[in-house]
Design a protein around this ligand. Structure first.
Ligand SMILES: [Zn+2]
Length: 284
């Protein structure tokens, strides 16, 4: 956090230095655009093949084959979800929230893609529908579906509150992945990673620009839908923060289940997601 009273005096040309134009780090003009119309045509004839409920303060993993759509729906009450994605053929290829943020901004919506870790760096999923796209950015700079948070975890809880809370999204995802892969918890835990915060409303609050959350605008019936660009393991935790209006990492908040449905198109969509073509020579 920046000092509110800096220890060093500003130089004479401070105003000039601060007035330099902002430049987008990663212009996306050259990024191939997803064929949203093509996805929606495929989706219109898709059949539901799976439906699971993620219990409150718990998580589930499920396989979603490439070419399928998966939908996360709010049911019963406002609830935030923490999403992890893995390549079902290679667990080491996982969702990369930092690079997704660098490409698409702090919060994602329809047409944005969830990118995988280096050296793969390819679209794992494309957002094809988002009933909360109306929210935009509010007066606090908050928005929904962020890729800036990490996931609530017992280590940060221990650091800040000194207690052991076992139903944070990190632990929920660890248990769910351990069950799904039939591996011990310590092995599964290594694969849990920074999430996409589904339905969560977050931002950075001036003047300190600390990470903040506020009550999610999600209501039962709202959903976000994705197209699986590769074979996926989808992990979703129903965060113990509920709608994240007050606190997380405890049993205090009202929590509700989240529903995940999988749909298979009648006519397969052509899959285009390929690992990065970079040589990996790294200058040698
Ligand atoms: Zn959480």
């Amino acid at each position: 956090m920046k000092l509110t009273r800096p220890e060093n005096a500003a130089p004479d040309d401070a105003d000039e230095r601060q007035a330099k134009p902002a430049v987008i780090c990663y212009p996306v003009d050259t990024l191939p655009k997803p064929d949203l119309e093509g996805y929606r045509t495929a989706r219109s004839g898709a059949k539901q093949v799976k439906s699971i409920s993620v219990p409150p303060r718990d998580a589930r993993c499920l396989a979603v084959p490439a070419g399928s759509f998966f939908r996360i729906t709010s049911v019963d009450g406002p609830q935030v979800g923490d999403l992890n994605l893995w390549n079902a053929q290679n667990i080491n290829e996982r969702f990369y929230s930092g690079k997704t943020r660098a490409l698409h901004g702090t919060h994602v919506s329809t047409g944005d893609r969830l990118w995988s870790s280096l050296p793969h760096m390819r679209p794992m999923a494309t957002i094809t529908q988002d009933t909360l796209d109306w929210y935009g950015f509010d007066m606090d700079g908050g928005s929904v579906h962020d890729v800036i948070g990490t996931r609530c975890d017992p280590y940060t809880g221990k650091l800040l509150q000194g207690d052991d809370y076992h139903y944070c999204c990190h632990s929920n995802l660890t248990r769910a992945l351990a069950d799904f892969l039939d591996v011990p918890l310590p092995l599964a835990e290594l694969h849990v990673h920074d999430v996409m915060n589904v339905f969560m409303c977050t931002g950075f609050l001036a003047p300190t620009y600390q990470y903040f959350m506020k009550a999610s605008p999600v209501r039962p019936g709202d959903y976000i839908e994705f197209f699986a660009e590769i074979d996926l393991i989808v992990g979703l935790s129903a965060c113990p923060g509920g709608d994240c209006s007050a606190e997380h990492s405890s049993d205090a908040a009202a929590c509700y289940p989240l529903q995940v449905d999988v749909f298979t198109p009648e006519h397969p969509v052509t899959l285009t997601s390929q690992p990065s073509a970079y040589s990996q020579s790294h200058g040698r």
